[in-house]
Each structure stands twice: as structure tokens, then as C-alpha cells.
Design a binder for this molecule. Structure first.
Ligand code: NAD
Length: 294
């Protein structure tokens, strides 16, 4: 079992760290929030007084932070913990951040002889709690293999997307497509309803026809069509509009940097920003369905 420093014990990081404790790893946690630390301490994690203290002697350093600026500050900026990390350690950043920041952290740590991979996740808070996350990894093949020692205790699917930064790019490609599918499915369902169709019957028809997609199969956005999804629970739980909007912003940044044409991604971003500004940021992203209501 490994000694793991875990930094960022929020909605995602907290349950992920707890799964590592349950798997028998020696977890030393640090977060700026005392409440977040108390939750993981109650489940058996040790608590450090600073990020530097947490990483001392760790085999793996895992971070799960809000955005690129936090990850840069932690490893290379004002918190500057790189000097305290063992040269034998593997640093795994699981946050969803811009690929450029991931590459900068990778280069900065490599200059100090420390290995780094970006490993953003798909699966949300439910997946983090259940230990069924998908990890999408960018980095050297040997580091990908090494990371399995800890990632397999927090997730079910581990993908090697390519070099450092590739994990972030693959994740935002997926989420951009998901947002387009969700908006398109919502639009089609509402048009059917406006023309007198039952949304459940229309969903069944499209599921067996060429409009079939993940949102219809597993995450229908129309309330009452499917049990146990956010749309049938007033859009509570699931993946927040705030986070989808953040990921679409990252996708457009990557599109600009690579001169990629993403008109549908831009439209989805604009729809989600409008929806967020109308006060729906904390609702599940399938609530975009409401935007197409008459
Ligand atoms: P969160 O806001 O709940 O948690 C972030 C934690 O980081 C907080 O506890 C905060 O105190 C801590 N933190 C911030 N700066 C710090 C620092 N410098 N040192 C130590 N701790 C610090 O966010 P979350 O929902 O857990 O998301 C974390 C990351 O995972 C984000 O990048 C997000 O985009 C991504 N993500 C979230 C979900 C989801 O459904 N919540 C799904 C997939 C990916």
C-alpha cells in the first residue's frame, strides 16, 4: 500500500480520498477548508497543516482543485510545494483545468526531476463516492501504469489519452459533445411536446431510431420520462450547469489555441451561459431542457 498526499478534499476529492483510505493506503490530506479536512479525518485519513507537510515522503501526490490557477499556484506558484516532493513520487492532478496549465505544471515539475500526469475524471460526485470514476490520463506510458496503483481504487475505467495535457483535451472534447447532445435532445423533445406528442413515447421512438444518444439512453432531460435521473428530481444532484459552463469555456479556449472550428460548441456554451445567468447554475445540466419550454 502506498503513502498518498491528497490536496483538495471538496465534493470530488473528499470521497476519492476516502476510497483510498478504505483500500488501505496511508492518506495524508490537506485542504484550505477545515470542514473538508474534518470529513476525511473522520474516515481515517491523516491531516496535514500545509500542502508542503502533506507531500513530504509521499509516493503519490494527488490534487483535486477548482481551476488551473489553483494547480499552478500549488505546484509552481506561491504555495510552491515542488521542492518538498520526493523525486521518486508521481504527481497526479485530477482537476479539470486548461491543457496549457497542465503542460506548464508538467514542465515545471520535470525540471525538478518529478514525474507528472494529468488525470481529469468523468463520473461526477456519484462516481467519486462509488469508486467508479473514469480517469482520462495524459503523460508518459510508464507513469500511466504506475498511477494504476492508486487510480484503480477510485475508478473503474482508466484511459491513456496521450502526452501531458491530452487527458484534459479528451475530457473537454467529451463534455463539449455531451452539452451539444443534451441541448439538441432537449430541443427535439420540446418540439415533440409542443406538437402534442407524449415525451416518453417520443423518447422510445428516438431510442430505436437514428437520433439515439447517451442522453436519451441514460439521462433523459424531460421530467417524469425516466426514474432516478436529475430531471425527475427537480434537476437536483448530477452535474451542475456551473461546471458544464466551466468545461465549455475550457473547450473554447482549446479550440481557439488550435484554430479549430467549433460552431456547435460555441452555441452550446452560449446557451449554457444564458441558462446559468438565469439563476440555474446549481441545477443539473439536463435542466437546459427548461430553456426550450414554450
Ligand atoms: P470543490 O469546490 O467542491 O472542491 C475544491 C476543494 O479544493 C475545496 O475544498 C477547496 O477548499 C480546495 N482548495 C482550493 N484551493 C486549494 C489550495 N490551494 N490548497 C488546498 N485546497 C484547496 O470542487 P469539486 O466539485 O470537488 O471539483 C474539483 C475539480 O473536479 C474541479 O476541477 C471540477 O471541474 C472537477 N470535476 C468536478 C465534478 C463534479 O461533479 N463536482 C465532476 C468532474 C470533474
Amino acid at each position: 500500500m502506498a503513502k498518498v498526499a491528497f490536496i483538495g478534499l471538496g465534493n470530488m476529492g473528499g470521497p476519492m480520498a476516502i476510497n483510498l483510505v478504505k483500500a488501505g493506503h496511508d492518506v495524508i490530506a490537506f485542504d484550505l477548508s477545515a470542514a473538508a479536512l474534518a470529513q476525511v479525518a473522520a474516515e481515517g485519513a491523516k491531516v496535514a497543516n500545509s500542502a508542503k507537510e502533506a507531500v513530504a515522503g509521499a509516493d503519490y501526490v494527488i490534487s483535486m482543485l477548482p481551476a488551473g490557477k489553483h494547480v499552478l499556484a500549488l505546484y509552481l506558484g506561491e504555495q510552491g510545494i515542488a521542492g518538498a516532493i520526493s523525486k521518486q513520487a508521481l504527481v497526479i492532478d485530477c482537476s479539470t483545468i486548461d491543457a496549457d496549465s497542465a503542460r506548464k505544471v508538467g514542465t515545471g515539475l520535470a525540471e525538478q526531476g518529478i514525474a507528472f500526469i494529468d488525470a481529469p475524471v468523468s463520473g461526477g460526485v456519484g462516481g467519486a463516492k462509488a469508486g467508479t470514476l473514469t480517469f482520462i490520463i495524459g503523460g508518459a506510458a510508464a507513469d500511466f501504469v504506475n498511477a494504476k496503483t492508486v487510480l484503480a481504487d477510485m475508478g473503474k475505467n482508466l484511459f491513456h489519452a496521450g502526452v501531458i495535457g491530452a487527458g484534459q483535451v479528451a475530457k473537454i472534447c467529451n463534455n463539449m459533445l455531451l452539452s451539444i447532445l443534451m441541448a439538441g435532445t432537449s430541443e427535439a423533445l420540446q418540439m415533440g411536446v409542443n406538437n402534442g406528442l407524449d415525451p416518453k413515447i417520443l423518447s422510445d421512438i428516438m431510442l430505436k431510431s437514428s437520433g439515439r444518444n447517451w442522453t436519451l439512453e441514460l439521462y433523459n432531460p424531460c421530467p417524469g420520462v425516466m426514474p432516478n435521473v436529475p430531471s425527475s428530481n427537480e434537476y437536483q444532484g448530477g452535474f451542475m450547469v456551473d461546471l458544464m459552463t466551466k468545461d465549455l469555456g475550457l473547450a473554447l479556449e482549446a479550440a481557439n489555441q488550435s484554430s479549430s472550428s467549433t460552431p456547435l460548441g460555441e452555441l452550446a456554451h452560449s446557451l449554457y451561459v444564458q441558462h446559468q445567468q438565469a439563476g440555474n447554475g446549481k441545477l443539473d445540466f439536463s435542466s437546459i431542457f427548461k430553456m426550450f419550454e414554450k
